[in-house]
Design a protein around this ligand. Structure first.
Ligand SMILES: Cc1cc2nc3c(=O)[nH]c(=O)nc-3n(C[C@H](O)[C@H](O)[C@H](O)COP(=O)(O)OP(=O)(O)OC[C@H]3O[C@@H](n4cnc5c(N)ncnc54)[C@H](O)[C@@H]3O)c2cc1C
Length: 294
């Protein structure tokens, strides 16, 4: 593949063959990938990304893979894996600049140690900052959009652009990036002085009790309906603990589907489909997925 030669000749990072999505996603499912590209820095990423776009090669961007369900079939393209990129944050006055490759839960703890608040809602969300911005991730009635001031991203033409919070068009687990061929590079947030370590610890204990953190999952599978939480719908269908092949609705949290025993993506899809069909048929409720499929 010419892309691989291009990366190697220009020393733009590492390429790995025969890697599977099951090794790159927290749910542990998904087939083999033609080429995984691990950029070494932003400049390299920029050159490689422009090459992919110009040559119209199929690609997918993955952070920590904590919200991705990849098909079992061979992925005939390039997966840009961001989890080995260098990351940091800087603080100027009350504006915090965070690299898109910063693991979000680690960020919450790192900031708490310096009494910088309040991105503590990110504690326990196992992604990178880019994925959190892409999805407007959130918890405890908070989300990224509430604190973010601007985002810097790599556009498909290779330019580095910055847009304001307003232009991100954030919604429930949505942002403008769902419709752009772009790679988020960093984000700025308005922060304050606040002590959040105790809160993080309390929430961590609660997550351990209420979420199947010991199992492979993608977090919540369905968006909460305006009137009712998705887990209540799944429970009302009597599907808590229900299994199809190696996939199961978690007994701890019925909006989580877990990979119990070497599940395939198609088993997980069958379970999702069954829940959606029954919710529609029995309660007239349309459960919308909040995961990304590839
Ligand atoms: C146990 C568990 C608990 C969770 N709890 C929560 C929670 O409380 N709240 C919540 O909102 N989510 C939660 N999630 C879901 C998930 O962690 C978040 O959506 C997270 O922000 C995804 O980040 P990621 O780096 O893993 O993204 P990935 O899963 O790698 O990617 C998700 C999407 O973002 C895109 N993307 C990733 N990085 C970039 C980038 N730099 N530029 C452009 N596009 C990019 C990908 O192409 C993909 O479409 C949970 C997941 C798990 C497994």
């Amino acid at each position: 593949m010419k892309f691989v030669d291009f990366v190697r000749e220009n020393q733009l990072g590492d390429v790995v063959f025969h890697q599977k999505f099951k090794e790159l996603t927290t749910i542990g499912c998904g087939g083999e990938i033609r080429v995984c590209y691990y950029p070494k820095d932003v400049e390299s990423l920029k050159k490689a990304f422009v090459y992919l776009i110009k040559n119209e090669l199929r690609y997918f961007v993955i952070g920590n893979g904590s919200n991705v369900l990849a098909q079992d079939d061979f992925y005939d393209g390039v997966v840009i894996v961001l989890k080995k990129m260098p990351y940091d944050y800087t603080l100027e006055g009350n504006i915090l600049s965070v690299s898109a490759f910063y693991p979000t839960s680690k960020l919450a703890y790192d900031l708490a140690k310096e009494e910088i608040g309040d991105l503590s809602f990110l504690g326990g969300i196992p992604g990178l900052m880019g994925g959190a911005v892409y999805n407007n991730s959130g918890a405890y009635q908070e989300d990224i959009s509430r604190h973010l001031t601007e985002v810097t991203y790599l556009s498909s033409s290779g330019t580095i652009e910055t847009i304001s919070q307003k232009d991100c068009h954030f919604g429930y687990r949505r942002s403008v990036f769902h419709g752009l061929n772009a790679i988020i590079l960093s984000a700025k947030f308005q922060v304050c002085h606040k002590s959040t370590l105790d809160l993080l610890e309390q929430r961590k204990k609660k997550r351990m009790l209420t979420q199947p953190l010991e199992s492979k999952s993608m977090g919540s599978v369905f968006k909460n309906n305006a009137l009712i939480s998705a887990w209540k719908v799944v429970d009302a269908l009597g599907l808590r603990g229900f299994e199809i092949g190696g996939a199961a609705v978690s007994c701890k949290h019925s909006n989580f589907i877990i990979n119990l025993n070497d599940a395939t993506s198609s088993e997980i899809e069958t379970l999702i489909d069954l829940i959606q069909k029954r919710a529609e048929l029995e309660f007239g409720i349309r459960l919308v997925c909040e995961i990304t499929r590839v």
